[in-house]
Design a protein around this ligand. Structure first.
Ligand SMILES: [Zn+2]
Length: 434
């Protein structure tokens, strides 16, 4: 335990407290003194109390009517604002991008990958992101990690992994193993279900990181898409697709796909269709917007990659504005590591700021990284808001994020499932209850 604490403290300048899930489950805690944000747009609870028993919230309300149980561990959060833990629906903990990074990790062993993935997951949680959905795992490492986190063997967010993405020959993300035609794709879906994937990820258009196939072109046939969607839904798995193409997206939406990633070149007509079908969009704006330039320099991205990226930046931005105007379901995803430094904050928060700049209210942007995202995951009975019975995945920030989303730049408390992972609040570290 001491070693883990030391390792955590090494990551953050301020005080960090880590309790194992076993310890947390046996304790009652109360966060007191903070305002509690209402995700439905109502007035916040002032001087609120959140009581946590084990992993879940057992009471929440104003101090006057919400007693702190005798013996509870009291966490003072005076002047802070409490929001649910952030969620990020697009990241790859085993990410390898073209360029210097690819060269450095060319011969990475399974064991080395597992440790890198575990480190990325730990940093994700410490940054305030308590739930993730990796749409494209590396050698099923995120599935293994998810199990380890659930057992308390590793520290990280809740993981809803899509397992390995399903590539077609010459398509985006194609490696040594590819799948073509309905039968091979059905087999690929079932292999992933067997491996523990709770989502299925396909690539139905070209992408930035792969030189073959235009970003706006539909590379997968309708018969192939239909086979994947049907096979996945039969096992109760949702399907999401990498797509920059209006044509590919329209076909997939009509065939009942659940979610679209990036959407670089989607036009109004396609977005209206998504709205009509209730299809979700995970925009990953940080990938194409200027603030991410230093990141690409850091990892030594080649010229061709940067050109492909720049070629879609303006269209991608217009797409987001239109999607917000049309009212498409939007969930935050970055395609950068959730905690990756971006423009003075982390990628997840920068992504939310882009949504506000493109037309969302701060409350809408906050919802797109919490309760809306939980709905996308079919997990809104357990996570996504601060309510009795839900997991105590809670952040504290020093100002009201429904007024200014950039309040999320200063996350000072990270609790997941009742365990405190970060407590930088000036009002004191964990105080013992009376
Ligand atoms: Zn991705």
């Amino acid at each position: 335990m001491q070693q883990i604490q030391n390792a955590l403290i090494g990551l953050s300048a301020a005080a960090l407290v880590f309790l194992s899930p076993q310890t947390a489950q046996s304790q009652v805690k109360a966060i007191v003194g903070a305002s509690i944000v209402d995700l439905d747009g109502g007035a916040p609870i002032r001087d609120g109390v959140v009581v946590i028993e084990g992993e879940r919230i057992s009471a929440i309300g104003p101090a006057g009517s919400t007693p702190v149980p005798t013996g509870a561990e009291v966490i003072r959060a005076d002047g802070m604002w409490l929001v649910p833990g952030l969620m990020n629906m697009h990241q790859h903990f085993g990410f390898i991008l073209p360029g210097k990074m690819q060269a450095e990790l060319a011969n990475e062993k399974d064991t080395e990958l597992a440790l890198r993935v575990a480190d990325n997951a730990r940093q994700t949680l410490l940054a305030g992101v308590t739930t993730v959905r990796p749409p494209g795992d590396s050698r099923s490492a995120a599935i293994a990690l998810s199990k380890a986190i659930d057992k308390g063997q590793a520290i990280g967010p809740r993981i809803f992994s899509a397992g390995e993405a399903v590539p077609i020959t010459a398509g985006h993300g194609a490696g040594e193993v590819t799948y073509d035609g309905p039968y091979e794709l059905i087999k690929a879906v079932r292999e992933r279900v067997a491996a523990g994937a709770v989502w299925i990820k396909i690539m139905i258009s070209g992408g930035i990181a792969t030189q073959s196939g235009a970003i706006g072109k539909a590379t997968m046939t309708p018969e192939e898409m239909e086979a994947v969607i049907d096979a996945a839904h039969r096992f109760g798995r949702k399907v999401t697709a990498h797509s920059g193409s209006p044509q590919a997206t329209t076909t997939a939406v009509e065939l009942g796909i659940d979610c679209i990633e990036h959407g670089y070149m989607l036009d109004r007509e396609t977005l209206v269709k998504m709205k009509e079908h209730g299809t979700w969009l995970v925009p990953t704006m940080v990938v194409t917007q200027p603030a991410t330039q230093p990141f690409f320099e850091k990892i030594g991205s080649p010229e061709w990659y940067l050109k492909r990226r720049d070629s879609v930046g303006k269209e991608h931005w217009k797409m987001l504005q239109t999607a917000i105007e049309v009212g498409v379901n939007i969930a935050i995803g970055t395609d950068q590591l959730p905690h990756e430094p971006n423009d003075g904050t982390i990628a997840t928060v920068r992504e939310a700021e882009y949504y506000v700049a493109a037309g969302m209210t701060p409350l809408q942007a906050l919802r797109s990284g919490t309760i809306e995202t939980a709905k996308l995951l079919d997990a809104d009975e357990d996570i996504g808001s601060l309510e009795i019975g839900k997991y105590a995945d809670i952040l504290a920030v020093p100002s009201d994020p429904t007024q200014d989303i950039s309040a999320l730049r200063q996350i000072q408390l990270v609790m997941k499932g009742g365990s405190v992972y970060v407590n930088d609040m000036t009002s004191g570290s964990l105080a013992s209850g009376q």
